[in-house]
Design a protein around this ligand. Structure first.
Ligand SMILES: [Zn+2]
Ligand SMILES: [Zn+2]
Length: 614
């Protein structure tokens, strides 16, 4: 029985992972009293070479918290505010709702209320993020806002922001009283958010005295910025520079697929054979364990539970959020709106989402108009990382795990991940007017000349969207661009060419800091030398933008080995997935997606024999 419970838990974990795979988690920062500081004018008196810069963050990169009926923050057992994004996970309530139906369904091998309980579990977790039929959030969640510059942030405010974007780790010449962060709820009302961003810009101008600002829209933040530009065209005179970072300017194909019912894991054959491995979020041992454990229930039952949970999440929460609709690509919008927004009760939401559809159709023209008006516009895009395999078109175009490259690059032509442009392909020069420019990537994957901004768009190979904040090159470019105007295009600095390797230095940096803190004079000379060599290797990788993910992995390994040798780190061991892989593949070959109770008795005997090694 104990083992069965473990299997159920593994199964629930699996379901939870599937359903929260879209939004990447955002933990609530440590509780600290919020700053009550009022905005003040800056020291520069508006007479300085810098422009106030507003970060418009991405999905879940704001502090949205659960509040009680009095409007006070709900606190967890440690006294920290509870995050409402992507969900409010109340373990006790979930176990109470799921355990009975799960056990009954397990014993009877039928759906004894489990699919209904699954839908209720989604409602328990996500219900507070559901909007009403006017597309407005209810009163169970609140966004913590920072209507003042970074210079006036409390420690709590700084923690919130640095949790998402590590400003403290990357120097910039931009004075801190010129840096602002626009907080919003990713499920919120999209038209309101666009207007709030416009008002925020007015506030920043008033506080700093400057008449123009820089905007840095990240991911979902680009959909808000794009709407703001359409609804308030007069903003053109108030912008100095926009730096788009992996922008969702034409949504994400994942949302387009999900909103059109093209969901991969509702097909049991894929769910039991390939889905968890293709997802690339679990180690193989865990993925295979879930595959084997999931057969504790019949496949029809699991499919029914998943499908009922998806219906609740999409039908109950996502399609009422106009901000989620703003992430649906324009090509996928008409059919999805027809599917979900045709009824009279959805008319108001439809009116609002139709308005954003127009924004999407105009987005590229609006950006060109800003450029005409003298606004400098840059873009950072990532490629060669297939989309997460939730929607059926996950492996059909190039992307960055979350957004297809066409959306983030504003139309660059690309081969699919792992492929190259066709032989004899000629640069199209749709948007580049200088015949001397080469916009084909060295790996022959991208023709940047068909993107809207060929001379000011940077591309990062093999970079995962949700790990963008760990790419030190991206942070360096951003910190440079928000402070200075000397980086004018992809040809101005040999350290920052158009095509750069993807990077993730989130492990390397702390390892290096740990190594540098050690007093090597007390170590045996050979070990001290190895440590110093590893430090030099790591510093070298960090100092050069051409270092690849493999170079970073090698530097991490050298540091780890040197630290292990002096007893300052332990060897990390991954569990060997071979046995579970063979078992799962054998099960699939012999029984398809069937649950154990659906196997013939002789097959079960054979299986137990195999498991017991007899
Ligand atoms: Zn100033
Ligand atoms: Zn060009």
């Amino acid at each position: 029985m104990k083992r069965s419970l473990q299997h159920i838990l593994a199964l629930l974990l699996c379901a939870a992972l599937l359903l929260t795979a879209l939004p990447f988690g955002a933990a609530a920062a440590d509780a600290q009293p919020a700053s009550e500081t009022e905005g003040k004018r800056t020291a520069c008196g508006a007479d300085c070479p810098y422009y106030p810069t507003i970060i418009v963050p991405g999905l879940g990169q704001s502090s949205t918290i659960v509040i009680d009926e009095n409007g006070d923050p709900v606190l967890d057992k440690d006294g920290n505010k509870v995050s409402s994004f992507p969900a409010y996970v109340q373990t006790g309530k979930l176990v109470g709702r799921l355990l009975g139906p799960a056990l009954l369904s397990l014993v009877t091998q039928r759906d004894v209320g489990l699919s209904k309980a699954g839908a209720d579990a989604i409602d328990i977790c996500f219900g507070l993020n559901a909007c009403d039929l006017n597309g407005q959030l209810g009163n169970q969640v609140m966004t913590e806002k920072f209507p003042y510059s970074y210079a006036e942030y409390s420690e709590y405010d700084r923690d919130v922001v640095n949790h998402h974007i590590p400003f403290e780790q990357y120097p910039t010449d931009l004075p801190r009283d010129h840096l602002y962060y626009f907080e919003y709820n990713s499920f919120g009302n999209h038209i309101d958010l666009a207007n709030e961003l416009y008002d925020f810009i007015q506030m920043v101008k008033a506080q700093t005295g400057h008449d123009k600002v820089n905007l840095v829209p990240l991911s979902q933040g680009a959909s808000i910025t794009s709407a703001m530009i359409e609804y308030h065209p007069e903003i053109a005179d108030q912008l100095h520079k926009i730096l788009f970072v992996v922008p969702a300017l034409d949504g994400s194909k994942i949302i387009g697929d999900v909103f059109n019912g093209r969901i991969t894991f509702l097909n049991p054959d894929y769910l039991y054979s390939g889905f968890l491995e293709d997802m690339r979020l679990l180690d193989e041992h865990t993925a295979r364990l879930i595959e084997v454990a999931a057969r504790i229930l019949p496949d029809e039952l699991i499919a029914k539970v998943l499908s009922s949970a998806v219906d609740e999440l999409v039908g109950g929460v996502m399609i009422r959020s106009t901000s989620m609709w703003a992430l649906c690509p324009s090509a996928d919008y008409p059919s999805a709106a027809e599917k979900y927004l045709s009824s009279p009760e959805m008319a108001e939401i439809r009116r609002q989402t139709d308005r954003y559809y127009q924004v999407q159709l105009h987005a590229r023209d609006n950006i060109l108009a800003l450029k005409e008006a003298g606004v400098q516009i840059f873009d950072l895009a990532e490629y060669d990382f297939p989309l997460i395999n939730v929607g059926e078109s996950w492996n059909k175009q190039n992307g960055d795990f979350i957004i297809q490259l066409d959306s983030t690059s504003m139309g660059a032509t690309s081969a699919n991940c792992g492929e190259t442009l066709p032989e004899g392909y000629v640069q199209q020069n749709t948007h580049c007017t200088n015949p001397a420019h080469n916009h084909i990537s060295p790996d022959n994957v991208i023709d940047a000349s068909t993107g809207l901004l060929p001379d000011t768009t940077f591309y990062f190979k093999n970079n995962r969207h949700d790990l963008t904040q760990h790419n030190d090159t991206i942070l360096k470019i951003a910190m440079n661009l928000i402070a200075h105007d000397d980086l004018t295009d992809v040809f101005s600095d040999p350290d920052f060419p158009q095509f750069l390797p993807g990077r993730n230095v989130s492990k390397l940096k702390p390892l290096l800091a740990q190594a540098k803190e050690l007093d090597t004079t007390k170590l045996p000379p050979a070990k001290a030398d190895a440590l110093n060599d590893a430090i030099v290797q790591a510093q070298d990788v960090l100092a050069h933008t051409d270092g690849t993910m493999e170079d970073i992995a090698a530097a991490e390994q050298a540091l780890t080995d040197a630290l292990v040798a002096v007893g300052e780190a332990e060897v990390e061991k991954e569990k060997d997935p071979t046995f579970l892989r063979n078992l799962s593949e054998w099960l699939y070959r012999n029984f398809g997606a069937n649950g154990y109770s659906e196997f013939p008795r002789t097959a079960l005997q054979k299986l137990f024999g195999k498991l017991l090694g007899r």
